[in-house]
Design a protein around this ligand. Structure first.
Ligand code: PHE
Length: 338
C-alpha cells in the first residue's frame, strides 16, 4: 500500500465517521416532517452524502474498498434504524387529539355592528313608521332645482347662504351639487305622488363647512313630510311631541319657537328639555304654499307640515357624545361602544 493510498483510506473512513456525527446531531434537531424528510434526503437519499461516499470507493485498492464499504454500509443500516425510531418518537409526541384542552375558553370571533348613526336613524324612522309615515330615500348628488329652487330658495335668495354648498364639477352642467339637506325629497316626493303623503327621509347631507365639535361637513338628516286636506299646525305639534316622547321618554318637555326656513310658513324649531336646558333638535313648519304649487299641488285644497333633524345631534345628546366628528372617524374605540 502506497502512502497516498493509505491516506485515502483514512480520509474515507474519517468521512464515514464525519457523516455519522453530522447525521446524528442533525436528526436530533429535526422536528417537523419537512425537516425529517430533508434529513433523509441528505443522508440516506440517492444523491445523499453516504451514496456519494460509496460511489467514490472506485478509486481505492480492493482491500481498502472492502473496509470502507463495509463501514459505510453499516452506517447506512444504523442511520436507517435511527431514522425509523425518530419518526416513531415524533409521531407519538404530536398526538393532537389527546392534547386538546377542552376546558380552555374559546376565542371570541370579532363581529361588526350597526354604526351609531344607523342605529339612531332606524330608531327615529321606526318611531315615525309607527305613526303611519313611510320611509323613502333620495339621491345625495342632487340638482339645484330640488335642493333650492322648488323649495322657494331662488338663486338670488340670501337664504342660500344658510346652506354652504359643495358643487359638482361638471363639463356639461353647472347645477349639480351634493344635497345640503334632505328637504329636496319634499319636492321629489310631491312631484311623483298625489296626496295624502306621509314620508320620512333619512340620508346623508353635505355642506361646505369647516368642522368643529358640533359641525361636520357631512352628516345625516331625517326629513319628514305630511300633506293632505286639512292638516294643521296642531298636527305638526302633536306628531313631533309624540316623537320626542318616544325618543327621549314620556315625561320629556318640548318647546316650539319661531324660526325661518324659506320652504315653510310659519317656521319653527323644536327644543327639548335637557337637564334644565333647552336644546334645539329640529326645524319644522307648515309647507309653504309656493312649495306645494311648485310640485303641482293645489295650495287652496292641500296643506302639510315638514320637519328635518340631525340624528347625530340626537345621538350626541342621548349618549353624551361631545364631538360630532367621532361619528365619522372610524375609531373602533368609539364605534364598539354602540
Ligand atoms: N332642511 C332644513 C335644514 O337643513 C330643516 C328643515 C326641514 C326645516 C323641514 C323645516 C322643514 O336646516
Amino acid at each position: 500500500m502506497t502512502e497516498v493510498q493509505d491516506n485515502e483510506v483514512t480520509d474515507s473512513i474519517e468521512s464515514v465517521e464525519d457523516i455519522k456525527l453530522a447525521a446524528i446531531s442533525a436528526l436530533e434537531t429535526s422536528e417537523t416532517s419537512e425537516q425529517l424528510e430533508s434529513w433523509r434526503v441528505e443522508f440516506l437519499g440517492r444523491k445523499g452524502r453516504l451514496t456519494a461516499l460509496l460511489r467514490g470507493l472506485g478509486s481505492l485498492e480492493i482491500e481498502d474498498r472492502k473496509v470502507v464499504g463495509a463501514a459505510a454500509n453499516r452506517l447506512r443500516g444504523e442511520l436507517e434504524q435511527l431514522f425509523e425510531e425518530r419518526i416513531t418518537r415524533s409521531k407519538s409526541s404530536q398526538a393532537p387529539v389527546g392534547s386538546i384542552d377542552i376546558t380552555l375558553p374559546g376565542r371570541k370571533p370579532a363581529h361588526g355592528g350597526l354604526h351609531p348613526s344607523t342605529q339612531m336613524i332606524r330608531e327615529i324612522t321606526q318611531a315615525f313608521n309607527e305613526m303611519g309615515f313611510q320611509t323613502v330615500e333620495g339621491p345625495e348628488v342632487e340638482l339645484e332645482k330640488y335642493n333650492f329652487d322648488m323649495l322657494n330658495i331662488p338663486a338670488d335668495h340670501p337664504a342660500r347662504d344658510q346652506w354652504d354648498t359643495i358643487w359638482i364639477d361638471s363639463e356639461t352642467r353647472s347645477d349639480v351639487l351634493l344635497r345640503t339637506h334632505t328637504s329636496p325629497m319634499q319636492a321629489r316626493v310631491m312631484e311623483a305622488n298625489d296626496p295624502p303623503i306621509r314620508v320620512v327621509v333619512p340620508g346623508k347631507c353635505y355642506r361646505y363647512e369647516s368642522t368643529d365639535a358640533t359641525h361636520e361637513w357631512h352628516f345625516n338628516q331625517v326629513e319628514g313630510l305630511a300633506v293632505d286636506e286639512g292638516i294643521t299646525f296642531a298636527d305638526l305639534k302633536g306628531t313631533l311631541y309624540e316623537f320626542a316622547r318616544r325618543i327621549f321618554g314620556p315625561s320629556r318637555k318640548v318647546r316650539f319657537r319661531c324660526d325661518f326656513f324659506p320652504f315653510v310658513e310659519p317656521g319653527v324649531d323644536m327644543s327639548i328639555d335637557w337637564n334644565g336646558r333647552w336644546i334645539e333638535i329640529l326645524g319644522a313648519g307648515m309647507v309653504h304654499p309656493k312649495v306645494l304649487e311648485n310640485a303641482g299641488y293645489d295650495s287652496s285644497k292641500y296643506t302639510g307640515f315638514a320637519f328635518g333633524m340631525g340624528p347625530e345631534r340626537i345621538s350626541m345628546l342621548r349618549n353624551e357624545i361631545t364631538d360630532i366628528r367621532h361619528f365619522f372617524s372610524n375609531d373602533l374605540r368609539f364605534l364598539t361602544q354602540f
